[in-house]
Ligand binder design. Sequence first.
Ligand SMILES: [Zn+2]
Length: 188
Amino acid sequence: MANPHVTRERIDQEVRAALATTLRIEADTIEMEQSIINDLGATSIDFLDINFRLEQVFGIQLASQLLLDHVEEELGEGTAIDRDNKITAGAAALLKEQFGPDAPIDAGMYADEIPAFVTAGSIATAVEKILDHLADACTCGASEWKSEDGAKVVCGACGAEAVYPDGDELTKGWIHDVQREKQLFAVS
Ligand SMILES: [Zn+2]
């Protein structure tokens, strides 16, 4: 279910703002398809900072673990990353589901190369996927969500902030859904 209170435009704007503040660059110069690492010069510490800013703005919890680490945890060691630290065919296929079919990701690439595929746009999509899980009703029973600022959604009856499933939980669920449907990973 989509979240009618927060627009994609607003999400993109906040991602740009978070990147600009963290990386000390101009928000207007950031293109959504730019690689956070290769084009904007982010480090892994910056990722934490960028995520934290977005979590504060939208009242969400982004995934704290990398996708392939989740796969290894959920489906078993070696399913996503082999002994030489290279990604498996299943991992490459799953990453294309995440970053788009045109992403130049192939089996045999080093796992360390994957974070460079994170773009401003893929961060915005991660935020959007969480916000799309707005519950039908608040825990008080009312279905009167509203947003004053276009970012945080609150209950119109009791005033409580909407609570979303966290990014790690959603990622795990998604991995199992894809695996059930496409059997990308050889599970022993
Ligand atoms: Zn309520």
